[in-house]
Ligand binder design. Structure first.
Ligand code: SF4
Ligand code: SF4
Length: 176
């Protein structure tokens, strides 16, 4: 019985080798042959703009608070019309683990992941991306989302003039 088991154990690896010799190779000849990642691939991060072309980021620090490796930093500033923005915004991709938690935390859809996976560099300092490197002239995955039309009350539009918003109500008018 044990002899039969030994014979089986000896032949089995040969059978596995033979079987796989007949298979088509799955190796991809990268970089000549590119991989096309899926739409939900978690690649390089970008900062997007709203449909008016304004920066979506309101420097709320939610993304940096959610980041488990503390690789996002920024400085908040306020424009004359009261709209907040990031005076500077920095991501250290040498530390980023591409978990996507920052994109989930962002209330304005400003920070989004792209399918770009080709940004290997020799110098780790080149992985530090500033706002100019991150900001794109596009809405990313949701072109029509406009945070300020809903939540920028009194900033982008006067009170009561935003989409899906009723005007202010005088509580005294509700008295019997
Ligand atoms: S993907 Fe994850 S690790 Fe990278 S910046 Fe966002 S939260 Fe941080
Ligand atoms: S990217 Fe989003 S979460 Fe991060 S500071 Fe800007 S608005 Fe807030």
């Amino acid at each position: 019985m044990s002899l039969w088991r030994d014979i089986q154990g000896t032949l089995q690896p040969f059978w596995v080798t033979l079987r796989n010799m007949m298979r088509k190779p799955v190796t991809r000849q990268y970089p000549e042959e590119k991989t096309v990642p899926s739409f939900r691939y978690r690649g390089r991060l970008v900062l997007t703009r709203d449909p008016q072309g304004e920066e979506r980021c309101v420097a709320c620090h939610m993304c940096s608070a959610a980041c488990p490796v503390d690789c996002i930093s920024m400085q908040a500033a306020e424009a004359e019309d009261g709209r907040r923005y990031a005076a500077w915004f920095r991501i250290n991709f040498a530390r980023c683990i591409f978990c996507g938690l920052c994109t989930e935390a962002c209330p304005t859809l400003a920070i989004q992941m792209t399918t770009d996976y080709e940004f290997a560099k020799r110098d780790p300092l080149h992985f530090v991306y500033e706002k100019d490197d991150l900001l794109i002239h596009d809405g990313g995955k949701d072109l029509h989302y406009d945070f300020y039309r809903h939540a920028g009350i009194g900033v982008a539009n006067p009170r009561g003039k935003n989409a899906d918003e009723y005007g202010p109500v005088d509580p005294r008018s509700l008295l019997p």
